[in-house]
Design a protein around this ligand. Structure first.
Ligand SMILES: C[S@@+](CC[C@H](N)C(=O)[O-])C[C@H]1O[C@@H](n2cnc3c(N)ncnc32)[C@H](O)[C@@H]1O
Length: 226
């Protein structure tokens, strides 16, 4: 799946994948179950393939700093403008970086290809939130994504990974289905894997139900880079 596919979808408003509300797992594991407010200022969350996700706004409003990457300039600009955040656009080491300029908000989004990100760009990152990022990619790109993630991370970095599982004969992705076995095959060499919860989400995901799904579960994992 090429970048042009996504850029065209953003530019033509075909963004059914965008969630306009906060992800409940993020709110739970990084909110009420998460670190205290005083610890959060030391935590920097990387959001790969971020779109214009409201999760970034919530993270910054709840004491975390955010570093993210998104290929679509439309998505990045919409994120800042729809959330009434002041921002500046700088070119740093030949990458386009959009940064909040409000005092209480630390959000940096690289507008470009995730696969071009380098380890030095993730300096200070402690945690990763992967919702609709791994599962946005078809099977033939998945292991390249995980290899890149492995290369980018220092040992100890935690990832909250949200996946979907459905019968792939019922619907073509994105989002793509992942089994628990797929997650283990992809990550177990370099990450510890803990399954945190699984939920039947068919009735909530009416868009996916309308595309033909008769069963759909969401599973959340905590990964730690070894
Ligand atoms: C399914 S959306 C998920 C967006 C976001 N994570 C959310 O939860 O709403 C996938 C996003 O990844 C972006 N994307 C896809 N491939 C990319 C790449 N190689 N580098 C950067 N962004 C990419 C797309 O433009 C799209 O916004």
């Amino acid at each position: 799946m090429e970048l042009d596919f996504w850029i065209e979808r953003w530019d033509n408003g075909r963004i059914g994948f965008h969630q306009d509300k906060l992800n409940p797992y993020l709110a739970y594991f990084y909110g009420e179950k998460g670190p205290t407010l005083s610890l959060r200022e030391k935590l920097k969350i990387f959001v790969p393939l971020c779109g214009k996700s409201k999760d970034m706004l919530w993270l910054s409003q709840n004491g975390y700093s955010v570093f993210a990457v998104e290929c679509s300039k439309t998505a990045v600009v919409d994120f800042f403008e729809e959330n009434a955040l002041n921002y500046k656009h700088v070119e740093k080491d030949q990458i386009a970086l959009f940064q909040t300029t409000d005092q209480n908000s630390l959000i940096e989004i690289v507008q470009g290809d995730f696969f071009a990100i380098e380890k030095k760009d993730l300096a200070g990152v402690t945690d990763i939130f992967d919702r609709a990022s791994l599962i946005a990619l078809p099977e033939n790109i998945r292991s390249r994504y995980v290899d890149k993630m492995t290369e980018l991370q220092d040992s100890g970095i935690r990832t909250l990974l949200v996946t979907l599982t459905y019968d792939p004969t019922e619907m073509n992705g994105p989002p793509f289905s992942l089994l628990e076995k797929d997650v283990h095959d992809l990550y177990s060499e370099h990450f510890s894997i803990e399954k945190l919860c699984t939920k039947d989400v068919l009735s909530e995901e009416t868009g996916l139900k309308n595309r033909g799904l008769t069963a759909l579960t969401e599973t959340v994992y905590k990964l730690i880079r070894q």
